[in-house]
Write a protein that binds this ligand. Structure first.
Ligand code: NDP
Length: 285
């Protein structure tokens, strides 16, 4: 497939990180090629001061939609016509889609995670412990709650972000919520069904980092998930696998949010295995 843009190609893309650091392009374009879509996904480094012009630009250039990442997930909202349910609850958008002439902000991070979770267990009625209270934890906790989780415990190092997320969950979603300040080694409570690392601990190059939880309190009946895509086999993933837990790595969430984005933009059900392979070629498996 030609790498030169031509006027027949449909355009999608991403605003945010520098191009060289964004593997999403390889993943999405692998799906476009696999499904014979003459489409492109172009990653563009856009600073906060250029966001409004960049949004006007994609609208004028006829883009089907776009992702946005840090630092645009909140700032982009005022340039859109509306929000999907979970993006509205979270107050953050990572995927924009043109529907009936309206530019609508969605959040596919948590939805992608829930697709991965459903492959292993039903979220409904489950007790979920989420480590972290940043953007990933916010997206996952809201979506897991909308999928019917019974209780969500947020464990976070800083009190302010932990409290913020606790308040959001308590006020806006149906699950019971709890916040625990993470100031010592944490014992995973008995009765926990799903344990999720949604911090950046373990992300390359900090690959030897270990999460300060008591691994003896992690039992084989738990599903253990890590959001870190690089490397996919974090210490948590390795330790939980050794314990006999069912495990979700960070590539699962990344692939599934991409599948959902492609569905929003094109109506196609993209093959996740093709997309995962493109990521494994970059990150290893
Ligand atoms: P944020 O910066 O919004 O949040 C980071 C979180 O990690 C905070 O809760 C922070 O705690 C915690 N944290 C970071 N370092 C430490 C540490 N040393 N000890 C304890 N807690 C720590 O980041 P995001 O939520 O946007 O992203 C988090 C991770 O999720 C990233 O690594 C990203 O790559 C990954 N991610 C993966 C996706 C996927 O599709 N697989 C999608 C989105 C994100 P505190 O509040 O105390 O600072």
């Amino acid at each position: 497939m030609t790498k030169v843009l031509n006027f027949k190609q449909e355009l999608t893309g991403c605003f945010g990180q520098p191009v060289s650091e964004n593997p999403t392009q390889a993943m999405i374009e692998a799906a476009y090629r696999h499904h014979d879509l003459d489409w492109r996904y172009i990653t563009m480094e856009v600073g906060p001061e250029d966001l409004v012009d960049a949004v006007c630009g994609v609208k004028a250039l006829g883009f089907r939609g776009f992702n946005c990442t840090i630092p645009h997930k909140v700032a982009v909202i005022e340039h859109l016509d509306g929000l999907g349910e979970s993006a509205s609850l979270m107050g953050a958008v990572n995927c924009v889609v043109k529907r009936d002439g309206q530019w609508i902000g969605e959040n596919t991070d948590g939805k992608g995670f829930v697709v991965s979770l459903r492959e292993l267990t039903k979220p409904a009625g489950k007790n979920v412990v989420i480590i972290g209270a940043g953007g990933a934890a916010r997206a996952i906790s809201v979506e897991v709650s909308l999928a019917g989780a019974k209780k969500i415990t947020i464990l976070n190092r800083s009190r302010d972000r932990g409290d913020d997320l606790y308040q959001l969950l308590n006020d806006k979603v149906p699950s019971e919520a709890e916040f625990v300040l993470w100031d010592k080694t944490y014992d995973i409570p008995e009765g926990t069904d799903v344990l999720i690392n949604a911090t950046s601990i373990g992300l390359f190059p900090d690959v030897d980092a270990r999460i300060d939880i008591n691994m003896d309190s992690v039992t084989s009946n738990m599903v253990v998930a890590d959001v870190i895509p690089n490397p996919p086999k974090t210490n948590l993933v390795k330790d939980a696998t050794a314990k006999g837990c069912k495990v979700i790595d960070g590539l699962g969430m990344l692939v599934n949010q991409g599948v959902i984005g492609i569905k929003y933009w094109s109506g196609i059900d993209a093959d996740p295995s093709v997309m995962r392979k493109a990521l494994e070629d970059i990150f290893g498996d």
